[in-house]
Write a protein that binds this ligand. Structure first.
Ligand SMILES: [Zn+2]
Ligand SMILES: [Zn+2]
Length: 350
């Protein structure tokens, strides 16, 4: 049996193990085997590393983790028709059943039997993994591998920003983590009005400006509400994108909204936020909706268009590149807020 090095969640509890695991040998008729060129660390991987409540509920060790990647197709199942050996692919990470109510009504991203690559199936922090043909996304040959590897979180940003009108709309984005930063670039590319961002970390505040934010406000040092009031002529913002998962940010965001505004919630909250439903939502007539995953596959075509036409440049978001064995260093840098996206190269020593 041939083996490969992989980052494995071996048992319940904090931490991961770098170890040899078997290279997958059996391919389903509609599956493909891919060789990973680059894989990026996601917030989800940090949750799995830390073994938080979400991880406890969703992961059954042992599991090879990692889900954001760029890869080359090395083998295809008997009935695979849209992908061939040698193709350069990334992947939608939500594996849909195709037969449940949600799948059959155009909502595969919230399939009732959903599995996630690197969570319920073995993932990409290794050399080879198997994915369904349907989940493979064909990349243009000239797309740099580190950018191809971060298209999945880019999809979260694209879906969030474009789930309502953007053009000439004043926006507030709370949180300039990787997805917040990508959302700034997408909003700018799609003709947003003022782009206002709240963030506390110095490095991310600077990057937010570089990605196209017009105003970056530090809620620990400045009065966000009065600044937004001034910037929007007392009306508030048209669009609010919550990307921090922080209760205080959500409160600020709701109070910053213009009446009839659109709120899209992407950040995940550790505890249930206390919200003034009457004053901050109902009497303001806000539209609020939750965002999870990416629309399959409308969001991916939007990603393709934005990248292909060079409407967004994500080069600065990839702050660190390292070999697979440095995974824990990457996690530490992300936790300290020094890194935005850390990309691992299973094949190379860097
Ligand atoms: Zn991810
Ligand atoms: Zn389904």
């Amino acid at each position: 049996m041939k083996t490969q090095r992989a980052i494995v969640k071996e048992k319940p509890g904090a931490g991961v193990t770098l170890k040899e695991v078997p290279i997958p040998e059996k391919l389903g008729s509609k599956e493909i085997l891919v060789k990973v060129k680059a894989a990026s660390i996601c917030g989800t991987d940090i949750h799995i590393y830390d073994w938080n409540d979400w991880a406890v509920k969703n992961i059954k060790p042992p599991r090879v983790i990692g889900h954001e990647f760029a890869a080359e197709v090395v083998e295809v199942g008997k009935e695979v028709t849209s992908i061939k050996v040698g193709d350069y692919v990334s992947a939608e990470t939500h594996i849909a059943c195709g037969t449940c109510y949600m799948c059959k009504t155009g909502n595969k991203h919230i399939c009732q039997n959903m599995k996630i690559i690197g969570v319920q199936t073995d993932g990409a922090f290794t050399n080879y993994l198997v994915i369904p043909e349907e989940n493979a996304w064909l990349n243009p040959p000239d797309l740099p591998i580190e950018i191809a590897a971060i298209q999945e979180p880019l999809g979260n940003a694209v879906y969030t920003v474009l789930s309502g009108d953007v053009a000439a709309k004043d926006m507030l984005i709370t949180g300039a983590g990787p997805i917040g930063l990508m959302a700034i670039a997408v909003a700018k590319a799609c003709g947003a009005g003022k782009i206002i961002v709240t963030e506390v970390a110095e490095k991310r505040k600077k990057l937010a400006k570089e990605m196209g934010a017009d105003f970056v406000i530090d809620p620990t040092k400045e009065n966000v509400l009065s600044m937004i009031n001034d910037l929007t002529h007392g009306l508030g913002v048209d669009v609010g994108l919550e990307m921090s998962g922080k209760e205080s940010a959500l409160e600020t965001l709701l109070k910053s909204m213009k009446k009839r505004g659109r709120v899209s919630l992407l950040g995940i909250f550790d505890s249930n936020p206390n919200v003034n439903l009457n004053d901050d939502i109902i009497f303001k007539g806000l539209d609020i909706h939750g965002i999870t995953g990416r629309l399959m596959f409308q969001t991916w075509y939007q990603i393709k268009s934005l990248l292909e036409n060079k409407r967004i440049d994500l080069t600065k978001i990839v702050t660190h590149k390292m070999p697979l064995e440095k995974f824990e260093d990457g996690i530490a840098l992300l936790k300290k807020g020094e890194a935005v996206k850390v990309v691992l190269y299973p094949d190379q020593k860097i």
